[in-house]
Design a protein around this ligand. Structure first.
Ligand code: FES
Length: 79
């Protein structure tokens, strides 16, 4: 379960672009599960770590200050 924070702090620091990158990489839009049933992508509003914006969570693990060019590296941690 990938949760991208679209709360204010994260949004102004680019979480919208982060969401787009994840959608491209996984091949789904927010609210969907990929055809391999590996990833479900959804959006949330503030996961409580605004200082780490833009932030996302995968299976409960929080990733902060996520850079677009690191998205693939992060996904590969969840084979
Ligand atoms: S707005 Fe994203 S963690 Fe608070």
């Amino acid at each position: 379960m990938i949760e991208v924070c679209l709360g204010t702090a994260c949004f102004v620091r680019g979480s919208g672009m982060l969401l787009e990158r994840l959608e491209e990489q996984i091949g789904v839009t927010a609210g969907e599960t990929d055809k391999n049933m590996q990833f479900t992508l959804r959006t949330v509003r503030c996961i409580g770590c605004c200082a780490l914006a833009p932030a996302m969570r995968i299976d409960g693990v929080t990733f902060g200050k996520v850079k677009l060019d690191k998205v693939l590296d992060i996904l590969e941690q969840f084979p």
